[in-house]
Design a binder for this molecule. Sequence first.
Ligand code: NAD
Length: 481
Amino acid sequence: MVTRHFIDGAFVSSETGEQFDNLNPATGERIGSVTLGGASEIDRAVQAARRAFATWGRMPVAERSRLLHRLADLIEAHQDELAQLEAKDTGKPIALARRLDIARASANFRFFADAVKMLSTETFDMDGQALNYALRRPVGVAGLISPWNLPLLLLTWKVAPALAAGNTVVAKPAELTPLTATRLAELIQEAGIPDGVYNVVHGFGPGSAGEALTRHPGVDLISLTGETVTGKAIMAQAAPTLKRLSFELGGKNSLIILEDADFDRLIETTLQSSFSNQGEVCLSPARILVQEGLYDQFVEEFSRRAAAMRVGDPLDGATEVGALISEEHRNKVEAYLEVARQDGGQIVAGGRRPSGLPAHVAHGYFLEPTVITGLSDASRVVQEEIFGPVVTIQPFKTAEEAVARANATRYGLSATIWTQNLTKAHRIAAELEAGIIWINTWFLRDLRTPFGGMKESGIGREGGVHSFEFYTELKNVCIKL
Ligand code: NAD
């Protein structure tokens, strides 16, 4: 099977004929090959998107909205097939792909198809002498760059508001997970969305399709979800053509547990927040801080439950933890376990590659859910994003201490607080340096809310009207009366 680019309504190969392998992380086997794009394919896609913008950008909002709802219907109708593709491409459990990734992909289109009809602008009356009003217009050609951990969910989180607002798109999906972005192209065509409105070019980042997209003078904006270093590189690449930028980047999120927390609920949710999607979730609070009175009980129960999680074949509906995305990534995660040992940490659960897996997944890139205690805040394991099924647990005395320690990182994406004292919870939430804060829950998402990170976790906010602020231009019209 060859996964090809989708440009101007047609699947095409690269001029050079070059391809790269796409592997299934659960088996290590080749799923197929992917056409490798570069500056030339990006240029063709940008030109197609520019031509399509002339009509898509002027289409009545109700008509665009209707087409995006039709697309959401098609995603729902193909939910099982899309979940299969996502599970094979990423190694994530198929049950999670169905419940989270694909369900959210259709919800993203529905949400923005409705939200765009509610958009308003400001007017300012100057004492009856003049009137100002603002018009909202699409920006133009959107370059959308997405990561491999939640491929269709995070890509559609950009594509849906971009298209709803009237922009056209050149998408550059992560090289490790090209399948669902490509299948989406077929569904977009089936929904009746015109050729050139959604284009996909496959390839890598630096020196490849990703870099070419960010440098192309015909691209008006770039939205990236990816690593912090990638955000820094793209900022430099996009500077000469002064593109509008939105960045959702990495994190090292803290989870603060006070002694009065509801223990049973917190254990269950924390197992999910730590190990669902193999811990490869930007919002995952991998740094768990527990108040001293609850520390021993939490470590014991949490480690016991982590060790009992079912790791294995992503296509088995009962699997809770699948394979990591690649051999290289597992090596990186395992290197952090070595650092933890050198820094005096104790691995109290997991830490190994699981044994006894069925033969067909015996060579997959699995790692047991891993819990580490005994590290100081100075350890790299506590400060750096690991992006795997690895969490650290550390004790603290007072809430003030926990907040200060949680804030002492270069990141600021999300934070989670567990306590039954809501006054305390509000106070802590107000002090934490993070763009997204959950109290007594995790990953509970209302798509109208601002989503994004502080410090090195990002620039800008997505969600609801915040997405439209990014994907539209506002122009003020002033009339002298
Ligand atoms: P990555 O930064 O390696 O890659 C993301 C995308 O950027 C890929 O499509 C890649 O090809 C492209 N890219 C890389 N270098 C580029 C360059 N110089 N120019 C243009 N494009 C380039 O990230 P990843 O490994 O795919 O994903 C994991 C990272 O994403 C983690 O750091 C995670 O925290 C972050 N993430 C953040 C959020 C969020 O909402 N803040 C959500 C999911 C993932």
